[in-house]
Ligand binder design. Structure first.
Ligand SMILES: Nc1ncnc2c1ncn2[C@@H]1O[C@H](COP(=O)(O)OP(=O)(O)OP(=O)(O)O)[C@@H](O)[C@H]1O
Ligand SMILES: [Mg+2]
Length: 293
């Protein structure tokens, strides 16, 4: 179990990236959903023992992350948002090396283990190609593979699906949910679909704060009966944004769809929608902004 208590972090330039973060996570997939600059990567690096907080504590299965970072790293799998690779080394050689460092000493066993891993992320065919010659998506999948070495009990993946094509994204989702059966998996993303189907537990995170936490379905149910949709002209958007709480707008066949939040029927050609997590996400973030205004 991961227990985060009252975590605060302000960078030297004055940015408060973590603001009294409290979180308790059991095994399973947890989605950290938030916009750019919310503080997701800061939180993940802090949990991964790669940077310290100003105050607060993190404990994982009895390990004090700040006091026992070496202990944590033994059971940690971490995929950073940005990472470099050794360009002149093949994926197979690199994974083999990491597996050795992580304690898989028997060479034959290690070879089988690495082959299995390469298959899981669909890189077996290109295992001998140098990492520097990988495409962006292949490099990302290599990053995923290295994070899984050594059967980690805590898996932290920071925007893991960025750059993956739909097939690989799907493959990765399946892999993660399998891993979530025996580990705490934390996934950060700004893509609502990544958490909708995958996570049993999620939080909307913005400006260093957890705004709301719960099961994705339970959260989007909170807006039942309050989401209305209408097709409008693009030129009308500004006026609608003035008159209504517009949560999302997107083009469909050249026409603009808007989803608004309203506790009573707005009439005017609006149609009641079954809500979805995306609306809830924007509602949560927007509500926060309104409160501050
Ligand atoms: N090393 C640093 N020094 C100063 N400010 C930083 C540093 N790292 C992050 N920040 C600031 O802290 C805030 C949170 O950044 P962070 O990278 O944690 O956000 P994020 O949610 O991961 O964003 P993204 O979705 O863009 O990856 C931002 O305002 C960012 O500019
Ligand atoms: Mg980030």
């Amino acid at each position: 179990m991961l227990i985060i208590k009252d975590l605060n972090k302000t960078y030297p330039n004055g940015t408060q990236a973590l603001n009294t973060v409290n979180l308790t996570l059991e095994n399973g997939m947890f989605g950290l959903l938030g916009p750019n600059g919310a503080g997701k990567s800061t939180l993940m690096r802090t949990i991964a023992s790669l940077q310290l907080a100003d105050s607060g504590s993190i404990e994982f299965d009895g390990i004090n992350v700040f006091k026992q970072p070496e202990e944590l790293r033994k059971i940690l799998g971490y995929l950073p948002q940005d990472f470099g690779v050794y360009p002149k080394v093949s994926a197979e050689m690199m994974l083999n090396h990491i597996a050795k460092v992580k304690g898989i000493h028997n060479a034959a066993e290690r070879k089988g283990y690495v082959a299995d891993l390469l298959n899981k992320v669909n890189l077996y065919k290109v295992r001998n190609r140098n990492l520097g010659d990988y495409s962006g998506g292949m490099r990302q999948r290599f990053g995923i593979a290295q994070a899984l070495i050594g059967n980690p009990k805590l898996i932290i993946v920071d925007e893991p699906t960025a750059g993956l094509d739909p097939l690989e994204r799907n493959r990765f989702h399946n892999l993660l949910s399998e891993l979530g059966e025996n580990a705490v998996v934390i996934l950060s993303t700004h893509i609502v679909d990544d958490v909708t189907n995958l996570c049993q537990n999620m939080a909307v995170f913005n400006e260093g704060k957890i705004l709301v936490q719960g099961h994705p379905q339970e959260l989007s149910d909170r807006l039942n009966g309050t989401i209305y949709r209408k097709h409008i002209q693009k030129s009308e958007l500004a006026q609608y944004e003035k008159d209504y709480t517009v949560l999302t707008n997107y083009l469909r066949g050249g026409k603009l769809n808007i989803n608004i939040h309203s506790t009573s029927n707005p009439g005017e050609g609006f149609e009641l929608m079954t809500n979805n997590l995306e609306d809830f996400y924007f509602y949560s973030i927007g509500q926060k902004q309104n409160q501050e205004a």
